[in-house]
Design a protein. Structure first.
Length: 122
């Protein structure tokens, strides 16, 4: 004898149609290698798609910085010395406060430690 179990749920379920696309926003840690007034160079443990737009959030000069970044190029394979894929991009948009912070940081005489990679940021 075949038993059918009735599933009791709090709310009704509707099956998804084939071909429905959904987006999942995830956080991926990256390391900033280079920052200029019009581009960023990062290392990421997973390859991002060229042409995609991602949101980068980090601390810069003690203040929160959020940038929409258009990914322009991604390395074909991970760089073992850097710990991931090297990717470059340009800001899709900047808020004026972020622009002032970056301009001030680039104009300041900040001592840089050679060959010490920046920490990973999510």
């Amino acid at each position: 004898m075949k038993h059918e179990f009735a599933q009791r749920r709090r709310s009704p379920r509707v099956p998804a149609e084939p071909g429905i696309v959904a987006a999942l926003h995830v956080s991926v840690p990256v390391r900033l290698l280079r920052l200029s007034s019009d581009s960023l160079l990062l290392v990421c443990k997973v390859p991002l798609r060229v042409g995609s737009t991602v949101r980068l959030a980090t601390e810069l000069a003690g203040r929160r910085l959020e940038i929409e970044l258009c990914v322009d190029h991604v390395s074909n394979r991970p760089d073992e010395a850097l710990g991931g894929y090297v990717l470059g991009g340009r800001p899709a948009s900047f808020d004026p406060a972020s622009w002032r912070r970056i301009t001030a940081l680039l104009g300041a005489s900040v001592a840089c430690i050679a060959d010490v990679p920046a920490p990973w940021a999510a």
